[in-house]
Design a protein around this ligand. Structure first.
Ligand code: PGA
Length: 262
């Protein structure tokens, strides 16, 4: 069975104290995880080391929410891939729609960051998504496959097996988001899978974990995960409290068990 991925980015939330409490409360839920489940947490930069250290005995990876597109130099305020590695990150979230919308992230900078991350031994978690207008115009699949193709420009077949891709419809994210239906989520990830097959081959395309993100909650998590092209869930708000993340771990484990006996 393919590994199932479940993780959360905390975006720009939490204090030192809240991070400590979160880790303490979630730790018991991360012990004895199914061997088929890989979890991860992506805190703001200042807390990455704290999370990585607190959860080091569990199968929960720590990641960063962004990296600079250069490896070093006069880029005030940026954090490099080497620095991300130094603070204990093994994953790098790249191209989230909030970064694209507010901080000038483009497909080209996403590509630079993907290459740098892979060369540093970090796993990029590339986020792509269609806007509400693109959905309305019926070009969602074209838009997300285009983003994936540019993000992976120059990435070899060997390297791409270290990449994770999250389909996060812009219209589905956050407080005002409308959760994608299971069909819409599956359609987006099936389009990405087929784009990967064209770029590489079907075996490689199958080996790249494809995650869905955007208003994932305890009511839709299981249905989403049962879709053939959804290998994991990337969650915001529902996992910001340890109770929510714990509940999602439980639900995802139930789907893994269900599929193991199918
Ligand atoms: P949400 O965030 O689950 O709160 O909609 C998802 C995301 O931005 O990755």
């Amino acid at each position: 069975m393919k590994k199932v991925w479940l993780g959360s980015s905390w975006k720009m939330n939490k204090t030192n104290e809240e991070v400590g409490r979160y880790c303490q409360l979630i730790k018991p839920h991360l012990s004895n995880l199914s061997a088929d489940l890989q979890t991860f947490l992506i805190p703001p930069f200042p807390y990455v080391k704290q999370v990585e250290t607190a959860l080091s005995e569990t199968r929960c990876l720590a990641g960063v929410q962004n990296v600079g597109w250069a490896s070093s130099g006069p880029y005030t305020g940026e954090v490099s891939v080497d620095m991300a590695k130094d603070i204990g990150a093994s994953l790098v979230e790249i191209g989230h729609s909030e970064r694209r919308e507010w901080f000038g992230e483009t497909d080209a900078t996403v590509n630079k960051k993907v290459i740098l991350s892979l060369n540093t031994g970090l796993r990029p978690l590339i986020c792509v998504g269609d806007t509400a207008d693109e959905k309305c115009w019926g070009v969602s699949a074209e838009s997300i496959v285009r983003q994936v193709k540019i993000a992976l420009h120059g990435v070899s077949a060997e390297q791409v097996t270290k990449v994770l891709i999250a389909y996060e419809p812009v219209w589905a994210i956050g407080e005002h988001g409308i959760p994608a239906s299971t069909e819409e989520a599956e359609m987006g990830l099936a389009a990405i899978r087929s784009g990967l097959t064209t770029l590489y081959d079907s075996e490689i395309a199958q080996s790249v974990p494809l995650l869905y993100g955007g208003s994932v909650n305890i009511h839709n998590a299981k249905m989403l995960l049962r879709q053939p092209n959804i290998d994991g869930l990337f969650v915001g708000r529902t996992a910001w409290q340890p109770e929510g993340f714990a509940r999602l771990i439980q639900l995802v484990t139930e789907v893994i068990e269900e599929q193991a006996y199918a």
